[in-house]
Every structure is written in C-alpha cells, then in structure tokens.
Design a protein around this ligand. Structure first.
Ligand code: ADP
Ligand code: MG
Length: 528
C-alpha cells in the first residue's frame, strides 16, 4: 500500500532553473476589506522546479496561490503564463490552462469513489452521453500507477486516510495534465512515511517537467525537497533564493525579520545573576483513585537577562512547569524552588507575586484579561491594594500606571478608559503583560504569549520580550508551540516529553529537528 520506503535526500543532478518562467506574478496586491493580504509581491516559477513558498501564518501565501489558480479573480498586478498575460475568472479556467491547486483543506467528495473524484465533472462518456465507469476506473488506475500508488479506484474516498486522500487530489490534478501544481501545506496531517511517499511523487513530477509550488512551514522538509525558496512576510516579498545557498537560520531570519535576530545575537554576550533555580520539580495530579505524575524531575537555572524556552508536544507538561513554579498548579507539587538563592515556599500565586514572579497565562481571555473592564482597571488590578492610600483606591495612581504601560508597551488604543475587549488580540496581550509588569517582577513566566495574534503584533511582543530581558534584566520563561518562535526567543530550550525533561539545549545547538527528536513520546523514540 505504501510503496517502497525512499530515503529523503536532495537530488544531486538537479540544477537551479534559470530559463524563462512558465508562470510569473508581478506587482500583486490583494485586500480583504481593510486587511492588506498582499502588497506588490512578485513570484516566478520555472518548469521542473520545486519552489517552496514560506512565511509565518498570515504572510499571504495561500492568498497568492488562490490568485494564481483562479479562486480570486479580483486583484492588482498581472499574472503571466509562458510570458503572456492571463486572467482567470474561475478555477475551471486556470485548470484548463494547466494550473492545479491542492488546498490546505482537501476538496474531495467523501461519498464518491477514488475514480469518480479524480474525474468529477469530466467523466469519460460513451458516445459523449453515458458516463463510462469502466473507462474512468481504468484511467484512474493508470494515473495512480504513474504515481506508483497502489490504490483501489473503487474505494470510497471517505474510507481513505488523509495521506491517501491527498494522493487522490494529486491524481486529479494530473488527470487534466497540469503543468503547474500548487500544494498548500500538504504534509501538515501526514505521517512521516506518508510524507516520504509524497516527496518521492513530488520529485518524480518535477523530473517530468511539472512546475511545483510547495507551501510549508517545516523548514527541514523544505530544505530537503525544494530547489528554490521564496519567503513572504506580512504580505510582502522578502526573498527568493536557491536552496543550496541557504541555511535554516537564513530562512527563519527572513520569515520573522532579520533585524530582530541580529539584535538578539548582539545582546547575548553576558548573563546576570541566577534569579530562579528549580531542582527536581514534580507534580502529581489526582487520577482515578490515585495520583498521576505529570512532572517528573525538572531542573534548571535561570539568570537575569536570560530567556528560557520550553518546548514539547501538547500535554507534555510545559504549562505545568510554569504553574508549579507560580503556585497555581492543582495537585501535589514537589521539588525545590530558589529565588536568588533563597529557598522559596510558594503555595499560591500571591506568594509567587510577593517573591517577584509574574505569570501570563495561555488563556488571556479566561484568566489574564477582563474584557469588559478598561485598560486602566486591567493594568492596575493586581496593584489596587498597593496603590491605595489609607485604604482608599488611588484612581489617579491607577491611571498614571495605565498610561505608563500604554506608552512603554506601545498599546494602540483611544484612551486608557477603553474596554480591553475592544482592542486587537496583540494589544490585548500587551495589556496582560503590562498588568504584570506593573507589579515589577524579576521573573516573568509566559505561556504561549503570541497565540492567536497576527504577525505584526507577534513581532512587537518579541521585541518586548527581548527588551525586558536584555535591557531590564528580567529572567523570562516562555512556553511556545511555535517552533520558529521558540528558536527565535530562547537562549536555551528545555524540551519536555511526557512529563520528563528530555533536553536542555543552547541556542546555537537548537534546531527544529533536534527539538522534535527530544519531544517525541518515549514509545516512538524507541521505535525510531
Ligand atoms: P498564509 O497562507 O501565508 O498563512 P493567507 O494568505 O491565508 O496567509 O492570509 C493573509 C492575510 O489575509 C491574513 O491576514 C488573513 O487573515 C487575511 N485573509 C486571507 N483570506 C481572507 C479572507 N477570505 N477574508 C479576509 N481576510 C483574509
Ligand atoms: Mg495558508
């Protein structure tokens, strides 16, 4: 079923493609209401090349591909096919011109068979009238055979695995002899074996002369597969380069912003005193009639000015580390926490706060932020007691504090009286961080600080985190599920797997691959 196992390796015989492009996009702009999705971008594709398109979420990758494949007929700029201007009014016209797209979300009819899906709307007919199912099946088998896939054309697509459904999409694209194949994040739901099979097919198609646009945010796979890479950021073209001239760092820098990386590297020369030491931290949670260990022996030191990242899969214990340190974990904690060398007995967030700790939770709407309340009330909330004089709230003091936060963090708002719920996601997050900074913490714990906020605001949060560490000397712990974010922010990365600390790696030793290895559940690691 799965075909031969092919080792992923870059083909030596392939050259960069410098001939005339089969497809070119110039000066493309696209808006959705007030949102600028693309602004003056260009993109070129040569026949037989695998061209990776990369960029963070919201960079505009899918939007450009939807323009090239006729999904969005309205846009600025021009598209050239074999040097001739074209404009597709719909997907059918793009298909007729040989451009096929496999969307992030697959577009198959689960109730129909493989063969019916491949030829949907273009079924072979007997004398142009009756659908010729036999011919359809044979043609489908032919196509699948060409891809080296052993799939039964009579299978219902709904019964296939996602990886197999993707192959049906590819067969469908080939059924109208696509010369240009666009694949939008094809491997996000595939197993490693299915990925390898897909890579083999993609390479074969490229050898046959098909031009392939391959969208992915998995850097290692792109480096193995692609001949060229183009990076978008915030709807703009950042670079196009031949893969062999690039390192992973180049690509990440282009994706998240070069300036930011340079700033980090420059400032990472010294680190301050040890602010937080954690030894053999454990946490047990009630489970059925007994206890279940969710943290088993986590240990690290954190210095002033340092950013420690925590990586791992969902449920590996990342958030529990923060909660256990902050005194907000439910269950039975164990181990030793020292703040500036002093043994700390933290039984509640109140204890933690008193010792100079602050924590920004993952769920900013649930725990961090009061959406109905003003920016002032949110920022001043943990401090109402401290700001009060003789037991009377100091509204002037609270307003001053809120204004300071707005200015220091670059919160975009009309006034500090504005309800927090009316701010954008990025600005809401800044309010939450501002609220905690008002307590003047020395150690800041951040859980998924950029979840659900757009790219521009993300970079502002990154800037803020760097500033707080490098300039203000805070010690910062960041839990993140986003690999580029983790790699960008962290001076060291602690990797968790099933409640265990499986690694503590330095910035220059860290890579997406290494982290994935360490994060893999124990069973799978043993099998690998
Ligand atoms: P990517 O594929 O690189 O993640 P997209 O092309 O999907 O990025 O999105 C680029 C920007 O355009 C984002 O800010 C996104 O929210 C916005 N966008 C994309 N499609 C639509 C749409 N149909 N309506 C409104 N905004 C959209
Ligand atoms: Mg997309």
């Amino acid at each position: 079923m799965t075909g031969a196992r092919v080792v992923v390796s870059s083909d030596q015989d392939k050259k960069p493609h410098e001939g005339a492009p089969v497809l070119a996009a110039r000066g493309i702009g696209k808006r959705f209401g007030g949102i600028v999705a693309l602004s003056d971008v260009h993109f070129e594709l040569a026949s037989g090349e695998i061209h990776a398109l990369m960029g963070e979420n919201g960079a505009g990758k899918s939007t450009l591909m939807k323009i090239l494949s006729g999904v969005y007929p309205q846009y600025e700029g021009e598209v050239l096919l074999d040097g001739m201007p074209v404009s597709f009014a719909n997907v059918r016209q793009a298909e007729a011109a040989g451009i096929a797209i496999i969307h992030q979300e697959l577009n198959l009819v689960p109730e129909l068979t493989v063969a019916d899906n491949v030829f949907l709307g273009r079924e072979p007919r007997i004398a142009g009238l009756v659908i010729d199912r036999k011919a359809g099946r044979a043609a489908a088998r032919d196509l699948l055979g060409r891809l080296g896939i052993n799939l039964d054309p009579d299978m219902r697509v709904g019964n296939l695995r996602v990886g197999e459904q993707q192959l049906v999409e590819i067969a469908k694209a080939l059924s109208f002899s696509a010369r240009i194949l666009i694949m939008d994040e094809p491997t996000s739901a595939l197993s490693p074996l299915e990925c390898e099979r897909l890579f083999r097919i993609v390479r074969q198609l490229a050898r046959e002369g098909v031009a392939i646009v391959y969208i992915s945010h998995r850097i290692d796979e792109v480096m193995h597969l692609a001949d060229r890479v183009t990076v978008f950021r915030d709807g703009r073209h950042v670079m196009t380069s031949i893969m062999t001239e690039l390192t992973e760092d180049h690509i990440i820098a282009a994706m998240v912003g070069r300036d930011l990386l340079a700033a980090t590297a420059a400032d990472m020369t010294e680190r301050g005193a040890t602010l937080l030491s954690v030894r053999d931290l454990t946490l047990e949670k009630p489970h059925r009639r007994g206890w279940r260990k969710v943290l088993r022996g986590v240990s690290f030191d954190l210095h002033a000015g340092e950013i420690l990242g925590i990586g791992g899969l969902l449920g590996s214990g990342r958030t529990e580390i923060l909660e256990t340190i902050f005194g907000s974990a439910t269950g039975r904690p164990g181990g030793e926490i020292r703040i500036r060398g002093e043994l700390a007995d933290i039984r509640s967030p109140r204890d933690a706060r008193r010792l100079g700790l602050a924590m920004v939770t993952e769920d900013r709407k649930g725990q961090g932020l009061h959406l109905q309340s003003s920016i002032t009330d949110n920022v001043a909330l943990p401090l109402v007691g401290r700001l009060a004089r003789f037991g009377i709230r100091s509204f002037a003091g609270e307003t001053r504090l809120a204004r300071q936060a707005v200015q220091a963090l670059g919160i975009r708002c009309e006034s500090v009286g504005q309800a927090a719920g009316t701010l954008s996601g990025g600005n809401q997050q800044k309010v939450v961080i501002g609220k905690w900074l008002a307590t003047q913490p020395r150690v800041l714990l951040l859980d998924e600080p950029t979840r659900g906020i757009d790219v521009g605001a993300k970079r502002e949060i990154y800037d803020l985190v760097f500033h707080l560490a490098r300039k203000d000397g805070l010690a910062i712990v960041v839990v993140s599920s986003e690999m580029p974010e983790l790699l960008l922010l962290s001076d060291r990365i602690l990797v968790m797997s099933e409640g265990r600390q499986t690694g503590l790696i330095k910035r220059d030793e860290a890579s997406e691959e290494r982290i994935m290895q360490l994060a893999a559940p124990y069973g799978r690691k043993a099998a690998a």
